[in-house]
Design a protein around this ligand. Sequence first.
Ligand SMILES: [Zn+2]
Ligand SMILES: [Zn+2]
Length: 191
Amino acid sequence: MLAIMEAGREVLVTPSRPYHTRSGESRMPTGHYTRKSEFERFMQFVSPEPMSGCWLWFGAANQNGYGVVRAHGKSYLAHRLSHELFKGPIPTGLHIDHLCRTPACVNPDHIEAVTCGENSRRGNVYEVNRVLQLLKTHCPQGHPYLGDNLVEVPCPRISTGINRICRTCRNKRAREWARRERQRNGSNHRS
Ligand SMILES: [Zn+2]
Ligand SMILES: [Zn+2]
């Protein structure tokens, strides 16, 4: 057992077993990381997508493709928690609209608190963009939107809407992100 301070009070934690990082490495927890802040727990499920700038959620999701996460002892939609973490509380009665039309996206720059009316008016504009997107056969790096390389994310607001993601680029970006996170965490620990 070791003792750490959390929110001004001492908490006992048991050093846990080795854990596996997303890239498959086995590492021992340092004790500092046995308990993570809400922000750290949130960010560990996020992978930025290079083409769209979306932060794709790799944690649990509901049947509509929206990420779900527990925080502060209750269940949140991940994009709503993103708004609270990065932009502050969501005003009462407002909905969170995805400007990028990607339900799995939790990039605070891609979401906005809007009234219900604004939310549905925007749908028409994005439907046009979506048709254009479906005409593309390759990602900007030249990988085909075909077979295993094509990841399709359904859009809940438009019945035929689909977001197309290149798996090769997404995985590459996720690996780079994990490497940067390891470097960042590593340098924190040495201090
Ligand atoms: Zn997005
Ligand atoms: Zn690609």
